[in-house]
Design a protein around this ligand. Sequence first.
Ligand code: ATP
Length: 234
Amino acid sequence: MLRLEGVHAGYGATTILHDVSLDVAAGEVVTIIGANGAGKTTTLRTIAGLLTPTAGRITFEGQDVTRLSGHEMVERGVTLIPEGRQLFPEMSVRENLLMGAYRRAARARQAETLEEVLELFPRVRERLDQNAGSLSGGEQQMVAIARGMMARPKLLMFDEPSLGLAPIIVSQVFAVVDRIVRSGVTVLIVEQNVFHTLQVADRGYVLENGEIVLRDEAKALLANDHVRRAYLGI
Ligand code: ATP
């Protein structure tokens, strides 16, 4: 579904990603593991069309999307749920959700999509008319994920969905990710909670200093000595 081949990308004259190649097949859950500053967010932003590669190629569903904008990528079915949620705090939860449905394929089916999404997020339904800024951190993260689902994405990318949340809320976030996967959406996830993530993922890539140094089945990564020492603290 998604393929990066030899992608270089960065900010201005600074190259952050060096020769990154990775694949995500339809229906898979793939994770990118790496330390702070390794380039995980940069990778997701590049796929989402928010950064343009300086070299290499990105294809989505067999078509070259290397130079498409963020808006065009959303239209193709690629949605990024950014780190830090980025909701509109002064707007209601409902308004925030409807903003997620700006993709053409989603706009026509807004009401139906909202119903489907609220099925996945009963707590969000109870808060529809509340200002997003008045919700707890965990509730805001659920709204951010629900907003991403409103675009009816084919590929949903999560950037640190559990950041700053209490452990019990983290489990709820992972339960939602699991339900999203089972609803047929392909997932690419960056998450500091590596142990938990490798249990829901099919495969993973380890990114260090902007380079992929390891790629394997999630089970194999859980057993890998380097991963255990560097990312699982075992
Ligand atoms: P974290 O877990 O800390 O978010 P990350 O692996 O997601 O880390 P990135 O956010 O991709 O890492 O950052 C990779 C590098 O790019 C860092 O050295 C960072 O300082 C740099 N960087 C990120 N955003 C910008 C920017 N807008 N301009 C310049 N450099 C940036």
